[in-house]
Design a protein around this ligand. Structure first.
Ligand code: URA
Length: 268
């Protein structure tokens, strides 16, 4: 029997449609026919204790965060923390088409810790945060304020999201112990939260970014020391809305003054 002929143009158009809709990854090695319903097998014999989690099922957020906390606590340097993150299997993003874990770049002795949302496609390929277009703009801003050499840059999650969507609070919660451990090891003088998603996750608030930006808040990483944190707009937003650059520049100058000052009191 001849194989059915494939209309290549139609197939390419379909893939282009999915790509434009943000579908950029397959999550399983083999396709799953989700039109076929497999009925669950009825349990036989005496009642058994229902396991908290089916074998092979993804861990709950609490389980994942507990495992992250255990791995993070075992890291006594930022390099060890990078290894612990690479070994961590609890973040669901890991199995959603990411090539590798993307932890950090910059000065491991830096006084400034920068936390963004999560790696994008470019970061996923290169293994470093903020190296795409938005990252290049961030570097230009930091360079203009003479802060780039003092910055240690990371994200709330370490694997790219499908279609570059924002990470979910659950994905961020699973990775949070690593971010907190990074702060504990780095002991930054100040923290810059880049964009709404990072600011909300780190400061555990639902406040909007326009309300939060430019204000100093105290960040208390679990098991770590308090650090003063300021949120600003994401450079990806600035690429779309360049007229907002003035607001970011104001926040960066404020940050710069704080970093250069002798005494830093969290929340002051
Ligand atoms: N945006 C982020 O928030 N982080 C990156 O690493 C890249 C883009």
């Amino acid at each position: 029997m001849n194989a059915p002929s494939v209309d290549m143009a139609a197939a390419e158009a379909l893939f282009a449609f999915w790509r434009d809709a943000g579908v950029d990854a397959c999550f399983e090695d083999e396709p799953i026919d989700r039109t076929v319903f497999v009925a669950p097998v009825a349990a036989k014999g005496p009642a058994t204790v229902t396991p908290l989690r089916a074998p092979g099922a993804a861990p709950s957020v609490d389980e994942a965060a507990a495992e992250a906390r255990r791995l993070a606590a075992g890291a006594s340097t930022l390099d060890e923390l990078a290894e612990a993150i690479a070994a961590f299997e609890g973040c669901p993003l890991r199995a959603m088409g990411a090539r590798q874990a993307v932890f950090a770049r910059g000065n491991p002795q830096g006084a400034l810790m920068i936390i963004g949302e999560g790696p994008g496609a470019e970061e996923d390929v290169r293994g470093q945060p903020f190296v795409g277009q938005a990252g290049q703009l961030l570097d230009r801003i930091l360079t203009a304020a003479s802060l780039l050499d003092d910055a240690f840059i990371t994200n709330t999650v370490f694997w790219k999201t499908p279609g570059n969507r924002a990470p979910t609070p659950q994905e961020q919660a699973a990775c949070a112990p690593f971010v907190e451990r990074a702060a504990t090891l780095l002991k930054p003088k100040a923290v810059l939260l880049v964009g709404a998603s990072a600011a909300k996750a780190v400061l555990k608030t639902d406040d909007g970014i326009m309300r939060m930006r430019g204000q100093w808040r105290e960040w208390l990483p679990e098991g770590g020391i308090a650090a003063p944190a300021i949120a600003t707009l994401h450079p990806a937003f600035l690429l779309r809305q360049p007229q907002a650059k003035g607001l970011v520049w104001k926040d960066i100058l404020d940050l710069s003054v704080r970093l250069r000052s002798e005494v830093v009191e969290p929340g002051a």
